[in-house]
Design a protein around this ligand. Structure first.
Ligand SMILES: [Zn+2]
Length: 80
């Protein structure tokens, strides 16, 4: 992995500073990194992510979609 700003390979995982960052870390394939050369800090996509987590995200997405469809179907007769 290279730093997107200076191209150095001195990238290290950075700790999340707030809830949003830790949430994003947990639920996406991105990780928070810090460059020790130019002090850049940001998100890098993790290509080494095990498949399990991606599948888990996909199932969670399907669940959300089916719940929202279910709610719409249930509420439609009430709106008419
Ligand atoms: Zn850098």
């Amino acid at each position: 992995m290279n730093c997107p700003r200076c191209g150095s390979t001195s990238l290290y995982r950075s700790r999340s500073r707030n809830r949003w960052e830790s949430w994003r870390k947990r639920h996406t394939n991105k990780m928070l990194c810090r460059c020790h050369v130019c002090l850049w800090r940001g998100w890098i996509s993790d290509d080494f992510e095990p498949r399990g987590k991606k599948l888990q995200n996909f199932i969670a997405y399907l669940f959300m979609v089916s719940v929202s469809i279910g709610v719409t179907v249930l509420l439609l007769p009430l709106l008419e």
